[in-house]
Structure formats: C-alpha cells, structure tokens
Write a protein of this length. Structure first.
Length: 322
C-alpha cells in the first residue's frame, strides 16, 4: 500500500500541470455558466498574478545566479529559443493542415521562453550543468515579457489582432512584477520549510487550474467538437518541432566552447516551452477568439516532457559509459 501511494504521488507530481489543465477544463464544461460568470468578474489577471507570485517564491535565493559568468551561453540561448525555435515551428506549421485554433495554439507556445521547472529537472536527469540551466531559465523568462509579445505580433498578426504594447504592459503587471515580488519575499523572509514547499508547489497549480476553469466554460461547444485525429496530428507536429530543435541545438552547442554538461542543459532548456505563460497570454487576450487553442498548447507541453524525460535517460546512460 505504501509503495502504491508513493507511485501515485510521483505520478501526480510529474503530471501536475497537465492535471491542473484537466481539473480546470472538466468542471468548466459541466458548469459553463459559473465559469463565464467568474470570467466576467475579471478574476483572470489576479489568478495569473498568483501563479507567478508563487513561481517567484519558488526561486531559492541560495542558488547563485551569476548571469555575467557566462554571457555567451545566455546569448546563444536567446538566439536559439526566440529566433531559431519559432522559425522551425513556423516552417513546420506552414505546410500543416491545421484549424486556425490549433495553428494559433502551437505557434503561441512556440513563442514562449523555456519552462521554469521541468527544463532544470530534466537537464539534471540528463547529466547537464544545473547552474547553466538555472541562469538560462531566469534570463529567458525575464526577457520573455518583452520578446514573446513581439514574436506573437510577428508570427500571428495575420491570424489575430495583436496589441503588442498592451500585451507587454499586461505581462509586466501580471507576470514579471509578481514573480519579482515573490523572489524578493523569498529572499528577505525566512519561511518554514515543509508548509512553504507544499504551498509553492501546489498553490500555483490551483491558480492555474482556476484560470482554465474561468476561461473555458464559455467555449464548451467548440471544445467538445475536437476530434481524436486532431489530437494525434497535433502531437505528431509537436514531436517533430521539438526534436528538430533539441538535436539542432545540441549539434550547435558542440561547435561552441560549451562543456558537454552545459550543452545538455542548453539544448534541453532552449527546446522546451512554458505552458503557464502561454495560458496567461491566451486567457488574457485570445480565449474568446481562439477557444480551443489551449488544447494544442497542452499537447505540445505533454509531448516535450515525455520525449525529454526519455532522451535525458539515454544521454545519462551514455555519459556513464563514456
């Protein structure tokens, strides 16, 4: 019984963001009127701010982040994540037969920075350099407040009306400032370990699930029309985009002065894309115009986690043998 409980907890923790999306979507489809009422009450920006306040609290001030230590890796990461990756996605999706919502959802998440947690965890699993993974993650997510809206405007302006300045302002207020405040609070105040760790792990997931609930109930009919064939096709495209980026970045890293562990962290972190920020942007600006776009972003996130977890184990075994 104890082993079964441990396995269940491990599974829940590994799939926690996906479970949050599901836990937000199903109640929204059952109680769409409540969902729409909450949306009209203007809860979304407050919930998003709560997510990123907790993300900031989760940054351990004991982890030394010396961004000036290796500016070259940060520069390569910016180019890889914000220039090369969206180009790969655009070139792949340009020839794909996708609905407008699915195209928008995939292209949206491809304009995001790297994940805040899983990239670091998986690069550790692959034998990567934790310090490099950490400052790549911090640098990309801080700069994404300005860069991601510009990318969305560039790649999706023909699909949707994008007010870039308004998007930057809202991301600053709901993402960057709350995350910065959370990090400042964590740095200044001593907090009890057990209760605090549980809070920063599960509270943002609760906020995220509620964001999904608030913004999907009004789109019940469109969401229920999605087919299994669409899901499989989106997963295939997600795998193609992600694997091209992952191995291209790994090959590129070998040609630079990066060490092998740094290269592993670089290629994994830069080929992963964060779901919470994509949800924040979708819910604040595009949920009404592209109600089922969230499905594509969720599928991409799920595909990248499973692929990278498998690949990281392979890389770790090769490192032990060499």
């Amino acid at each position: 019984m104890g082993q079964l409980k441990a396995k269940i907890i491990k599974f829940v923790n590994s799939q926690i963001i996906i479970l949050a999306v599901i836990a937000g979507t199903i109640p929204a489809l059952i109680f769409p009127e409540t969902s729409e009422t909450w949306r009209q009450a203007g809860l979304t920006p407050w919930l998003i701010a709560g997510v990123f306040l907790c993300q900031g609290l989760g940054l351990n001030p004991k982890d030394k982040i010396d961004l000036s230590h290796n500016l070259k890796i940060i520069f390569f990461s910016m180019v890889a994540s914000f220039i090369i990756f969206p180009l790969i996605a655009y070139a792949t999706l340009h020839f794909a037969q996708l609905s407008t919502d699915n195209y928008f959802g995939l292209m949206l998440i491809c304009c995001m920075p790297c994940t805040l947690v899983s990239g670091i965890v998986i690069s550790d699993l692959a034998g990567g350099d934790r310090a490099s993974a950490l400052f790549i993650t911090i640098a990309l997510n801080c700069s994404a407040v300005i860069i991601s809206p510009l990318l969305i405007s560039f790649y999706l302006s023909s699909t949707a009306e994008v007010d870039t300045l308004s998007l930057i302002q809202k991301l600053t207020l709901t993402v960057f400032i709350p995350a910065l405040c959370g990090w400042g609070i964590r740095k200044k105040i001593k907090l009890s370990r057990n209760g605090f760790n549980l809070s920063i792990k599960y509270l943002p997931v609760l906020f995220l699930g509620t964001v999904i609930f608030v913004n999907t109930g009004g789109q019940k009919d469109q969401i229920l029309k999605s087919s299994l064939n669409d899901v499989v096709y989106i997963a295939l495209l997600s795998a193609i985009i992600h694997l091209i980026a992952l191995y291209l970045f790994k090959s590129f890293g070998k040609q630079t002065s990066m060490s092998d562990p740094q290269n592993r962290s670089f290629s994994i972190c830069c080929s992963q894309k964060t779901l919470p920020l994509a949800i924040a942007i979708w819910s604040a600006h595009f949920a009404q115009s592209f109600p089922t776009a969230l499905i594509a972003t969720m599928i991409y996130h799920l595909v990248q986690i499973y692929l990278d977890s498998f690949i990281a184990q392979k890389w770790a075994k090769k490192k032990k043998l060499s």
